[in-house]
Design a protein around this ligand. Structure first.
Ligand code: NI
Length: 154
């Protein structure tokens, strides 16, 4: 088995906020990340695909194809966006690096032309990152009240 990785970058803003909680509790749990107007990160994503090199091409997966899939399914949708409001497949999700990694995985898992998705590593900063290997994870999806919450801010 060989593991090949494609790295991508995107910049986005987000706010960590649980709409079921009071402002005080959100502030206590999420601290600066609860800033009402959000804050930004320069994210780095590393996607690793495992497989046997094709005898004719030597590729586990054509990394140009992988790049195109990552751009179409993730990067084009999140880059320079506010993750709480602007991205359809993230609606109602608290956009922690953990939840994002799981949602990104499910956005691309079925799209790979060859190999098997092995890991998705997402860096929010140099020091904070997570790695996901596709085990079943339940992510809470909150009722959408973002529009009105956002409307108050703009
Ligand atoms: Ni943050």
């Amino acid at each position: 088995m060989v593991y090949v990785t494609r790295k991508e970058h995107f910049s986005a803003s987000h706010r960590l906020y649980n709409p079921d909680w009071s402002d005080e509790r959100n502030e206590a749990v999420f601290d600066k990340c609860n800033n009402p107007r959000g804050h930004g990160h320069n994210y780095v994503m590393e996607v690793t695909v495992a497989g046997m090199p094709d005898p004719e091409t030597g590729y586990v997966i054509d990394l140009k194809r992988l790049r195109d899939i990552l751009n179409a399914e993730i990067i084009d949708k999140v880059d320079h966006k506010h993750l709480n409001y602007d991205v359809d497949f993230l609606q109602g999700i608290i956009p922690t690096v953990e939840n994002l990694a799981v949602m990104f995985w499910s956005a691309i898992d079925a799209k790979l032309p060859s190999g098997k998705l092995h890991s998705l590593k997402l860096f929010e900063s140099d020091n904070n990152f997570c790695e996901y290997f596709g085990e079943p994870v339940k992510i809470k999806k909150f009722a959408l009240q973002n529009e009105s919450a956002y409307a108050e801010l703009v």
